[in-house]
Design a protein. Structure first.
Length: 257
């Protein structure tokens, strides 16, 4: 994958720049949407669960608890939503010239990752506002974000390829993302879940990522190494398997798209 991307890096950058212009060129507030989306969701969840329902989430401030969950989720859902129809929407390119087809969904992942980085700066500001001390364990955020990108890329490639053959994938994806949202501890803590369901929830890598992002940033604690190694290994194997499948079937995309 890396060798193909390096060989076509200029084309990848062109696609990323094109998507950036499409998204923000005629927008009144531009890249500020990358901040508004997670902040608005965080504010909504804080109002509903903190003011109306008055639920408790450990000893975290509501703002930090929800923002730490919303930030990775908006990146994942945004990248997946873009990628699903990315190949079919660019059928004129797919059918006329050859290039690694994964470049198209990757450009969607990249542009959403830029939004994620902007949102991370806001998250750091919130941590300072709430006077959360930054420890060396904060550096665990780097491998956690890498795991998030790998997992998001894998699901994006899979659904983009499936949508070429079965256009029902776009319709089904809305339902699947709703299930994924509630299967990810964005609005609740995994500690509040019954033990018999925890193992099932941890089959979703986003659960591990969200919980540990809160752990290393807000709590200042490190990750459990064997859990990190197990989850990272699983995500890497998933990425390898999906990419192998993608590269084998991409040759027929032009015939069926």
């Amino acid at each position: 994958m890396l060798s193909r991307l390096v060989q076509y890096k200029d084309l990848l950058l062109v696609f990323i720049w094109r998507e950036f212009l499409i998204r923000y060129k005629q927008s009144l507030i531009g890249v500020l949407w990358a901040v508004i989306q997670p902040l608005s969701l965080m504010a909504l969840f804080t109002f509903v669960f903190g003011v109306i329902l008055k639920t408790s989430h450990k000893d975290y401030p509501y703002v930090l608890f929800f923002y730490a969950g919303v930030l990775p989720w908006t990146f994942f859902s945004g990248a997946v939503n873009f990628s699903i129809t990315s190949l079919s929407n660019n059928f004129n390119l797919v059918t006329k010239i050859y290039f690694p087809r994964e470049i198209i969904p990757f450009s969607g992942v990249a542009i959403n990752f830029i939004d994620f980085l902007i949102g991370t700066v806001v998250y750091l500001a919130l941590l300072l506002v709430y006077q959360v001390p930054l420890t060396w364990n904060f550096l665990w955020m780097v491998p956690l974000v890498l795991m998030l990108v790998l997992y998001t890329t894998s699901i994006s490639l899979l659904l983009a390829a499936l949508n070429v053959y079965y256009r029902d994938v776009k319709l089904a994806s809305m339902f699947l993302l709703q299930i994924m949202f509630f299967a990810t501890p964005v609005i609740y803590s995994i500690d509040a879940v019954d033990n018999r369901w925890k193992l099932l929830l941890f089959c979703n890598p986003l659960t591990f990522i969200v919980e540990n992002l809160r752990r290393v940033t807000i709590e200042g604690r490190g990750v459990v190494l064997w859990q990190m190694a197990l989850m990272m290994g699983g995500v890497l194997l998933l990425n390898l398997a999906i990419y192998r499948i993608f590269t084998k079937i991409e040759r027929s995309f032009a015939d069926v798209i």
